[in-house]
Design a protein around this ligand. Sequence first.
Ligand code: KE4
Length: 428
Amino acid sequence: MISRVKSDQLFAEALQYIPGGVNSPVRAFRAVGGHPFFVNQAKGARITDVDGNEYVDYVGTWGPAILGHAHPKIIQAIQQTAMHGTSFGIPNPLEVTMAKLICSTVPSVQKVRMCNSGTEATMSAIRLARGFTKRDKIIKFDGCYHGHADSLLVKAGSGALTFGHPDSLGVPAAFTQHTVVLPFNDEAAVKAAFAANEGHLAGIIIEPVPGNAGLYLPRPGYLEFLREITRAHGALLIFDEVMTGFRLAKGGAQERFGITPDLTCFGKIIGGGLPVGAFGGRAEIMDYLAPLGPVYQAGTLSGNPLAMAAGITALEELFAGNAYEQLEALGAQLEAGMKAAAQSAGVPVQFKRIGSMFCGYFTSQPVHNLSDAMHSDRARFAKYFHGMLAEGVYLAPSQFEAGFISAAHTTADIDRTVKAAAKVMKSL
Ligand code: KE4
């Protein structure tokens, strides 16, 4: 039996000072029951809690740890950069290095603006789209999560979905009246929305591969359809690649699917584990941003040298070797093993995977959108989650989250995970 005495003591103390004991809702284990453990250290594909329990980690701090935790080159970059100061509030050379790196890796991005979170990136990209097109309405898709900016916290995914009240209290109706929410993978719904809002739609924002309601994939041709209909109606296509950027391919989901969006949002991986966000796109659009243009956007710590040094090192390390082939091989091994485990246990699981992102839905029905995902047996998932945790495998603590494999995971880690799943699924 795993002891978590120290974690429980810390959680009890945290509850006195931090709402729900956590600084981000999904960490609270509310979707799976029980209490979160507190991490003492993380290294490679492992995290160790304050009671000394070690886990194979498939959350990877929700995506940034694509090289594994505490990569020596990233730690060294942070240490060395910190010796020269941590933030200046005036340009530093690393901001130029990062901007050049993103623009040279993602062809649709001619100019990029750094910020401090994925939320800031998507919020700013939408303001920019509205300013550039002089239109107010934005289409988003149910189950897609783009951070917690007011106008986007409508039928959102991730924690908002996990908590079962997709809309958030505190968001005045007036703030969401320009947000059109549509089902994902439904072309007719998009056509109808453009017909009903002709001339008023500034753009579409989408997770090209939704990873905040578990994980499901765009149907063949769907992203191409969105690219065409936005272009035909003078609206912008905004790819939220905060999660998929630099993960699904060097150039992200847009490279993998061959789509050129007008704007792209980034986060997670480009910060190497430090707070970061970014948004970029065609220069004619990006030049609408202050101080050049009339769309205001700002941030005290945007482009700070520590996040830039960590992110640049992470990207350079990611691009240097064969990480993407490695991640694909590990993902394929996990997918095959998990499907075999579910089959041998006689448990209906829809295991979805693309590259190093995955999710197992506990349902016999195929999952192509949020309403399909909602059919999953969440009680069974919760039992599975805790069973895997007891086996030393840490999965995302919610059915409505994606899992992440890192380049630090080994085939032995995947073998161990699959064996644990086979054992736990038999007990469900
Ligand atoms: P942040 O503001 O949390 O840096 O990014 C928001 C965001 C935007 N877009 C996408 C596609 C995202 O996945 C996210 C954040 N992802 C969640 C995980 N599902 C962050 C975890 C959390 O909220 O604690």
